[in-house]
Design a protein around this ligand. Structure first.
Ligand SMILES: Nc1nc2c(c(=O)[nH]1)N(C=O)[C@@H](CNc1ccc(C(=O)N[C@@H](CCC(=O)O)C(=O)O)cc1)CN2
Ligand SMILES: Nc1nc2c(ncn2[C@@H]2O[C@H](COP(=O)(O)OP(=O)(O)OP(=O)(O)O)[C@@H](O)[C@H]2O)c(=O)[nH]1
Length: 470
């Protein structure tokens, strides 16, 4: 576990992915990082000494194992405390060969370094006060971000988005806590050091900020993980073809035999910077077939997970058969009744098989539908436009802080609970010593968010999820 390690040890790891590239970067951090590299580095200026160079400079030379040249490299030097970790940091930019990477790594492991553990650079940055916990976690999110939305949320957070706000409020609350606790020491004298009106104002403000952040989680979580969209419909209506059209590639199996989509296939597509996670389902038609009925049960499970449901129907089938049309309208109605909170979109597929008159009549039969041909790629853009309109991405554009991490959500929720207790206590005029306890509790939860309060377990958990070298 990370916290068993001592920080004066110098660590090393690849900063670039393992494998061959044109250049690879090895990063060392710790008290002796510069000396360790200097002992195996030789520039053509014989007198060049890395321990004497300025911070944030880069140097060309060779990495040597004794007299043997391993590689020609560029070495960057960052001096404590001005580096990512706040320690002495050296980065070696070597040629991308896996052999060279391993040789250099081995050389330094035998000469004063040990391998970094997951997230140890960022953990050190946190411990050395370069980042707060929220920012450190945002680094991991940033590395993992794969859409404009998740990228923006992570970046905002890394730049200190809401940690500075929380830390500021926490500090003000600490002041009040100590004033109120001071009053307790003078309890016989009935003094009031803490201005109650001002205190009430602060508590209101904190509760307001917490509420806003808690509410943002609903959006944040969805943007980070993608918006789940279930594609539902009778067998053979073209669910897989539509999914393929959306993904623009042939992932799902397309066939003429009804009911071939047995398993739910999941895939992701970014539309306007938002990730949609499409879930192809086996449809909800009643059936005797055992394999298919398992699929139908899965369909309902998938709809449960989805935020948006696309009910896809074959325009051809319903245009020429009133019974099927009625059945489909019933399906739509029951989806609406069973899932009132989910957004539902009806897609009329295979419109290429109808004349325009029949099609218009059909469209009139549905409240909110999109007519398209998945096979011929007609109407797909209209569908994607509808999809982005249905989700509220406005919140992302105005640089608002969005909570996307469930650990933060939990701590914010707990902090709000304690703040509510403080508010209640003040309204009921309960004794200050009891209010002080609730304030301390709120302070604890606020501190959990920024890392002002941490436990080794918490840190271990967070950084264990980072990759090595980060
Ligand atoms: N080569 C390389 N690229 C990288 C990183 C790195 O460590 N090395 N980063 C790592 O993940 C990110 C950049 N983050 C960094 C953050 C702070 C400092 C730094 O030297 N900070 C000093 C000086 C600040 C200044 O001059 O403005 C400081 O904070 O005191 C360096 C990189 C992304 N790209
Ligand atoms: N004419 C026409 N045929 C289409 C269209 N979209 C899909 N099809 C055809 O309809 C048939 C069924 O398509 P699938 O995508 O496999 O349908 P599905 O709903 O996934 O089917 P199951 O796997 O049975 O659930 C295939 O032969 C497709 O080529 C369309 O827009 N127009």
């Amino acid at each position: 576990m990370t916290h068993q390690t001592t920080f004066n040890e110098t660590i090393i790891a690849l900063a670039t992915p393992s494998g061959m590239g044109s250049i690879a970067v090895l990063r060392l951090s710790g008290e002796n990082a510069i000396e360790i590299v200097n002992a195996h580095f030789k520039s053509k200026f014989a007198s060049k000494d890395l321990t004497k160079v300025k911070s944030h400079t880069i140097h060309l030379g060779h990495i040597l194992d004794g007299n043997r040249i391993i590689d020609e490299v560029l070495v960057s030097v960052f001096k404590n405390p001005n580096s990512y970790t706040g320690e002495n940091v050296v980065e070696i930019n070597c040629h991308g060969s896996i052999y060279i990477q391993q040789e250099i790594l081995q050389l330094f492991l035998e000469n004063g370094c040990r391998m970094a553990t997951n997230g140890e650079y960022t953990l050190r940055a946190f411990t050395n006060g370069k980042l707060d916990l929220l920012q450190a976690e945002a680094v991991a999110d940033l590395v993992a971000s794969d859409s404009k939305a998740s990228h923006q949320i992570a970046l905002q957070q890394m730049r200190g988005g809401f940690s500075s706000e929380i830390e500021n409020l926490r500090e003000q609350l600490v002041n009040f806590a100590s004033l109120i606790e001071l009053e307790l020491d003078f309890s016989e004298e009935d003094v009031e050091f803490a201005d109650r009106t001002e205190f009430k104002r602060l508590v209101d403000k904190i509760s307001h900020v917490l509420k806003r952040l808690i509410d943002s989680f609903a959006i944040g979580n969805v943007f980070k993980n993608g918006i789940p969209v279930a594609i539902v419909g009778e067998p053979n209506v073209g669910k897989s073809t539509l999914l393929n059209a959306l993904l623009n590639e042939e992932r799902a199996i397309v066939s003429d035999i009804a009911g071939t989509t047995r398993d739910a296939i999941e895939d992701e597509i970014a539309i306007d910077g938002v990730t949609f996670r499409f879930i192809d389902t086996a449809g909800i038609r009643e059936t005797e077939d055992v394999v298919e009925s398992i699929g139908i049960k899965k369909t309902y499970e998938k709809i449960d997970q989805a935020q948006l449901v696309i009910q896809i129907v074959s325009a051809e089938n319903i245009a020429f058969n009133d019974e099927i049309l009625k059945q489909v309208q019933n399906d739509v109605k029951s989806l609406k009744e069973n899932y009132p909170t989910k957004k539902l979109l009806v897609v009329l597929n295979k419109i290429d098989l109808l004349d325009s008159e029949k099609l218009e009549k059909l469209i009139d039969q549905f409240e909110n539908c999109i007519a398209l041909s998945a096979k011929n790629n007609v109407g797909i853009t209209e569908l994607t436009t509808q999809l982005t309109d249905l989700v509220n991405i406005g919140a992302l554009s105005n640089n608002q802080t969005i909570v996307s991490n469930s650990r933060h959500f939990e701590a914010l929720t707990n902090a709000l609970k304690s703040i509510k207790e403080v508010e209640k206590g003040m309204e009921l005029n309960i004794s200050s010593d009891l209010i002080a306890i609730d304030i301390r509790q709120a302070l604890f939860h606020l501190g959990e968010i920024t890392g002002a309060v941490t436990t080794d377990d918490l840190l271990g958990n967070i950084f264990a999820n980072f990759c090595i070298g980060k």
